[in-house]
Write a protein of this length. Structure first.
Lengths: 540, 342
């Protein structure tokens, strides 16, 4: 139930501070009651150990120095006192975390801020790049023109008035937050609050933008139970207050370039608990609706570092990392140049809303089963006839929701020309080198590995038919170039994009031969088409 | 706590578990497709076609009404044959609600979709608290109260706990597992190896042969399950080894009998006609074999039976090729750590 209404942000902050602290404390007290081996000492000691260990590994910053002082103070005190004193220490830690997590989100500010979003975006660029280099971009830049929004927006707007929305986007780039912020504004959707990774706050303009658009800070380096519980209770309270929330269920940015198959779910798991509390408290709008959102980029700003991180982790000794040749500033410039000059688009697709149990929700807010029969969804959470939070059961419900989200992401995945060409080209290179494992294949680069353009076009044409067939079955989405253009047009469009970014190394075409100078990038972009039965279309 | 329970399917297994729960004092609705079968049962308390001579609990009410069976039942057991499973589930979907627990006791894979029965329940109903019951459970033995055990598998602790409370008794034990698809696959695949052991028994091959067939069958089953995301360790339990050993040793098993008749030189059609009932193992061989390239695994015994039953290959040739299969590691999963096995 929203206890705050349109309360000023100071009042909201105080409310969160006291309410979240009380809830976290209460949760730990419950744990202590249940588990006789657990004690306040153990709980605090675990956090102390993890935080000090983390701070030892991190470099000295003003924030870290402050944290070091804080934790050594906790360390000095927690062994001396009794349980009452330890509770005061626990409260101090929780309060520090809530203050850190809390953003300065205020729904009333949102409208005003959203109006200046385009200006802020220009600001983002100008702040991170020398103004002289970017003057041209700044003048021409309008993300509005480069953002293609699709999906059942009327339905989602209607549901926003009937319950609390949870926006759950795929996550491949740090620009996702910006693109979604913009997309929400352009779609006339209400303000959302979301947990943004601390790394996004390093840029002062993005930081300002995030704060005002309703972000709170999530610090993934902190893995201790006190922090995780505080974060969960914070998100829970926010949803209980009827604030629409945005979570990236994949956790961090997807490093492989495909549609995530195993979501971490994290804060999304608070949804069922909120729903139960809303029912217990007879909240007139107890429902929560999850909206899967697909973000699709023809080119991804951080593609190179993402895929290299992935390969390093998976391949270990088998992966040899090349040295990064270009600074992040120049990469950003190339990216924006591609976006503006090439009329490149960022595709944002809002999927059909689902409930917390993975069922489709209609425009009236009814949950429907696969045969469109209405489901009495509150019965999912009944225990002996009354709504109750049962952790193990609710965890399973969230897994089910995760499964439905993955299916929705696959269905709503928008395939662009760069993905299709990468998939076809990678397939041909792999076919030519059947004995190579992935890591050796990823070193098969350069003009001498080139494949006849005519062969690539043939494969691309076949792949296009496969993609159209799958799109007709509703298993994925394709953009207009794929729908209307022939293989040659598709090839030309994709190559034009590739030539403007990653130094043109992803794919090159010279003297009638197509080759890659960076197979890792080719692999990254082809992965966007993973998890579909497409290989069979590539063969005659 | 006494509960209302619905059982769909008045065959031998449905009746046997109805009796356990009825004897536990629970209010059991046993659904028969034909109204006259329900009426006969209510008058005589005997399920004459399937469990002749066994008088079942007074707490069981026979009915042909799905609504009556489902409404207010805390748990609904599906004991219908796999070909009619989806249709029954679809009808149940009209009446059930998300607070109810659905349990599949049917062992089968759906032709075409390659789906397991719990997957069909998820697709055709709004229920999520779903489980599978499987184990060495010859209905005729349970009905006469011979000690037996089974496995209930669900991701939901509540489902496992509830079914354990409902079915455990002086002659029936229920063990729990979370690997739902593993338990289901074990129940499906063991029939294949029952055919193989029946066949070799008819050929007067010895106990060594049977021991090897059962063990290598177990290896094939767990190999397939692991590549479908299940835990191969599940196959060491009652639903795996337990059921496999029972089915491969019992002349009561239809699949074993089919194998025996094939070993005597009968054709598949002759064997099926002689038995007069469905032998699920034959269907399983037919459905699983074409899926193997996609799964990227070999199941030599299953493939050999497919060649014999559907490809016109003679029995000596099949046996010869099976004995020529490359000899790999004995226990494929022995080197897996616990984490990897999951």
């Amino acid at each position: 139930m929203n206890l705050l209404g349109n309360a000023p942000s100071r009042q909201r902050r105080d409310f969160y501070l006291s309410e979240v602290s009380e809830r976290v404390l209460a949760e730990f007290k419950e744990d202590l009651k249940r588990d006789s081996f657990l004690s306040l000492e153990v709980i605090i000691n675990d956090a102390l150990y993890q935080e000090q260990d983390r701070l030892k590994r991190e470099k000295s910053t003003v924030e870290n120095e402050d944290a070091r002082r804080f934790w050594s103070d906790i360390g000095r005190n927690f062994l001396n006192g009794d349980d009452a004193e330890r509770e005061i220490l626990l409260r101090r830690i929780i309060t520090r975390y809530v203050e850190e997590i809390h953003g300065s989100f205020n729904p009333r500010l949102h409208g005003m801020v959203a109006r200046v979003v385009p200006w802020l975006l220009k600001g983002v660029l100008n702040k991170v790049s020398p103004a002289s280099v970017l003057t041209w971009a700044s003048d021409k830049l309008s993300l509005e023109d480069n953002l293609v929004i699709s999906g059942p927006l009327d339905e989602i707007r209607s549901l926003a008035g009937k319950g609390t929305l949870i926006m759950a986007p795929t996550h491949s780039s740090n620009l996702d937050s910006v693109a979604i912020g913009m997309g929400l504004y352009l779609s006339r959707l209400p303000p959302f609050t979301y947990g943004a990774g601390l790394n996004l706050y390093t840029n002062p303009v993005i930081s300002y933008f995030l704060n005002n658009l309703g972000a709170y800070k999530v610090d993934r380096r902190k893995k201790n139970e006190i922090y995780k519980t505080t974060l969960k209770q914070y998100a829970t309270l926010s949803m209980e207050q009827g604030e629409h929330n945005l979570f990236f269920p994949g956790g961090t940015r997807n490093r492989r370039g495909d549609i995530e198959q195993h979501l971490k779910l994290g804060l999304l798991g608070c949804g069922v608990r909120v729903y139960v509390r809303n029912l217990v408290n007879a909240n007139p709008k107890p429902d929560l609706f999850v909206v899967p959102v697909n973000l699709s980029y023809g080119l991804v700003l951080e593609a190179k570092t993402l895929i290299e991180d992935y390969l390093k982790e998976e391949g270990k000794g088998r992966f040899i990392r090349a040295r990064e040749k270009k600074g992040s500033l120049m990469r950003m410039l190339d990216f924006w140049r591609n976006l503006t000059r090439m009329h490149s688009k960022v595709h944002l697709h809002f999927g059909e809303p689902i409930d917390l149990f993975g069922n489709r929700v209609d425009a009236e807010g009814n949950s429907r089963d696969n045969r469109h029969r209405v489901i009495d969804r509150k019965k999912y959470v009944l225990e002996n006839g009354r709504p109750a939070h049962v952790p193990q059961r609710d965890q399973e419900y969230t897994r089910e929701l995760g499964r439905s989200l993955v299916q929705a992401y696959l269905r709503n995945n928008i395939i662009l020309s760069t993905h299709a060409l990468s998939f076809a080209a990678f397939h041909l290179i792999r076919k030519r080198n059947p004995a190579f494992d992935l890591y050796r294949l990823l070193r098969t680069e350069g003009p001498e590995t080139g494949i006849e353009k005519a062969t690539v076009l043939l494969s691309l044409g076949r792949l296009k038919s496969g993609l159209i067939a799958l799109a007709d079955l509703g298993r994925l989405q394709i953009d207009s170039t794929l729908k209307e253009g022939d293989a040659e047009t598709l090839f030309t469009t994709a190559m034009a994009h590739f030539s403007t970014f990653h130094d043109g190394r992803t794919l090159k075409c010279e003297r009638g031969k197509v080759y890659s100078e960076d197979m890792k990038l080719l692999y990254y972009y082809r992965n966007h088409l993973d998890h579909y039965p497409l290989e069979r279309y590539l063969e005659p | 706590m006494k509960q209302k329970v619905g059982i769909l399917g008045g065959g031998s297994f449905g009746s046997a578990i109805a009796d356990i729960m009825g004897n536990g004092g629970h209010d059991v609705r046993l659904w028969f497709r034909r109204p006259e079968a329900a009426e006969n049962f209510n008058q005589t308390r005997e399920n004459l076609p399937y469990l002749p001579g066994v008088i079942l609990s007074e707490n069981i009410t026979g009915t042909s009404s799905l609504t009556e069976t489902i409404t207010d039942s805390a748990v609904i057991f599906f004991c219908v044959p796999s070909p009619s499973f989806r249709e029954t589930a679809k009808q149940v979907g009209d009446h059930c609600d998300p607070s109810q627990i659905l349990i599949s006791t049917t062992k089968g894979i759906e032709e075409g979709s390659f789906k397991l029965m719990t997957e069909i329940l998820r697709e055709e109903t709004c229920c999520l608290q779903i489980g599978a019951l499987s184990g060495p459970n010859l209905a005729k033995e349970i009905a006469v109260k011979m000690p037996s055990g089974t496995v209930i598998a669900s991701r939901f602790e509540r489902v496992n706990r509830t079914v354990q409370e409902l079915l455990s008794g002086p002659y029936f034990r229920v063990y729990s597992n979370q690997d739902v698809h593993g338990v289901e696959l074990a129940g499906v695949l063991k029939n294949v190896y029952a055919i193989a052991t029946g066949l070799t028994a008819a050929l007067k091959m010895g106990d060594n042969t049977r021991g090897m067939l059962i063990t290598r069958g177990l290896a094939e089953m767990s190999r397939m399950a692991a590549c479908m995301g299940c835990n191969p360790m599940t196959f060491l339990g009652l639903a795996g080894v337990g059921d496999l050993v029972t089915t491969c040793s019992s002349p009561l098993s239809r699949n074993y009998r089919v194998g025996w008749l094939l070993g005597e030189g009968k054709s598949l059609q002759q064997a099926m006609e002689e038995i007069g009932e469905v032998a699920e193992g034959v269907n399983t061989i037919r459905i699983v074999k074409p899926k193997l390239p996609e799964l990227n695994i070999r199941m030599h015994i299953l493939e050999g039976l497919h060649a014999l039953l559907f490809e016109g290959v003679t029995l000596p040739t099949v046996l010869e090729s099976l004995m020529a299969v490359p000899q790999m590691e004995d226990v494929e999963f022995a080197r897996l750590t616990e984490g990897e096995a999951k």
